[in-house]
Design a protein around this ligand. Structure first.
Ligand code: GRF
Length: 224
């Protein structure tokens, strides 16, 4: 099975707990993808340690070492291509990618964001949610376009906002859902169950329990 798995490149900048969720999912025999390469734009990112520990190629492409964004993206692209990456997952990657870069992986770049988009795009989404006083927060996996967290939505999971929540408490409740949602969304996307329909996505109607749980986050997730 492993030779048929879709090769993922995971782009990171920080702790990499979502990377870890993807690595853990890929360790399962029935998961349709493998992490071929992890690339960080931050040399000290803990995510690099996670990749090495999992025996996955870990590379640094430091944006600060490149005078122009186009040069940085060229280095990124070269690194992904050298690892024969087919799909790209952004997992806490803190750089915006240009339309030019995205064109090389058209319809095959995913991101996870800690809000129920289109609410609260950009930085500090959880803080924005608390400041706005919403009662339900959550996370979103979406296709990446050249905007900030604007691409077509694939899957979302919701969590309650509790009266005494601070940013840390809400972030950690959302993060637990992120770790569940990202592998499920990747599985749907790379197996062709998610298709683009203009600005929206269409997810194949026949669904496993795990897929149904994406649309009904309150449901118990059995095996995917
Ligand atoms: C996550 O909340 C993700 O949604 C956001 O950045 C954070 C990254 O966390 N884009 P980690 O590096 O995966 O632990």
């Amino acid at each position: 099975m492993s030779s048929q798995r879709v090769r993922l490149g995971v782009l990171v900048s920080g702790s990499g707990s979502n990377l870890q969720a993807l690595l853990d999912a890929c360790a399962r025999e029935d998961f349709p993808a493998e992490v071929a390469c992890v690339v960080s734009n931050v040399p000290t990112a803990f995510a690099l340690e996670r990749a090495r520990k999992a025996g996955v190629t870990a590379k640094v492409v430091d944006h600060k070492a490149h005078a122009a964004k186009a040069d940085f993206e060229k280095a990124l692209l070269d690194t992904l291509r050298a690892a024969n990456v087919e799909w790209v997952c952004l997992a806490g990657f803190m750089r915006l990618l240009s339309a030019d870069f995205l064109g090389h992986y058209a319809g095959r770049v995913l991101n996870i964001h800690p809000s129920l988009l289109p609410a609260f795009p950009g930085l500090h989404a959880q803080r924005q949610a608390l400041e706005r006083g919403v009662k339900v927060a959550g996370c979103t996996v979406h296709f990446v376009d050249a905007g900030t967290d604007t691409g077509p939505i694939i899957a979302q999971a919701a969590v309650p906002v509790m009266p005494d929540d601070d940013e840390k408490a809400l972030s950690s409740r959302i993060l637990a859902e992120e770790h569940r949602l990202y592998p499920l969304a990747v599985r749907l996307a790379v197996t062709g169950k998610v298709t683009l329909d203009a600005a929206r996505t269409r997810v194949e109607a026949r669904a496993t329990a795990g897929e149904l749980a994406l649309r009904n986050p309150g449901a118990t997730v059995e095996s995917a």
